[in-house]
Design a protein around this ligand. Structure first.
Ligand code: THU
Length: 135
């Protein structure tokens, strides 16, 4: 099984591909799916701003579009002294494919690492349970 340190290295490498000329804030992600595969992502910005996509969601879309169904771990690397947390949209997207064991690992280039369960980052999440019985 791939280690967290290896996933951090993969997220750091993915971060180099970030297209972030507007924010100058490059983000890299490495997602381990529960079937043991790794998918990476970086943020991809656009001149219209609103179309920009976060690194986490790029990795999630790659994983789901290639048959993965569950996130075991998702590692996010930024270059910020306080370790930048995932945005709300990414938290909701992680929740969609998370289990009780899913870990969200946040790291920066200084070597700081913090690990969370998605429930800590997104308490009281909306999910498919609220759609049951709706016609
Ligand atoms: N960004 C991510 O890639 N992930 C996050 O969770 C937070 C923000 C990106 C989006 C944008 O390209 C840049 O960081 C600044 O917001």
């Amino acid at each position: 099984m791939i280690s967290v340190d290896e996933l951090i290295d993969l997220a750091k490498s993915a971060r180099h591909w970030a297209h972030a000329p507007y924010s100058n804030f490059s983000v890299g992600a490495a997602l381990l799916s529960s079937d043991g595969r790794v998918f990476t992502g970086c943020n991809v910005e656009n001149s219209t701003y609103g179309l920009s996509m976060c690194a986490e969601r790029v990795a999630i879309f790659k994983a789901i579009s290639e048959g993965a169904t569950e996130i075991a771990k998702v590692v996010v690397v930024t270059d910020h002294e306080n370790i930048a947390p995932p945005c709300g949209c990414c938290r909701q997207m992680i929740w969609e494919f998370a289990s009780d064991k899913t870990e969200v690992v946040l790291a920066n280039l200084s070597g700081d690492v913090r690990t969370y369960r998605i429930i800590e980052l997104l308490p009281e999440a909306f999910d498919e349970r609220y759609l049951e019985g709706v016609s």
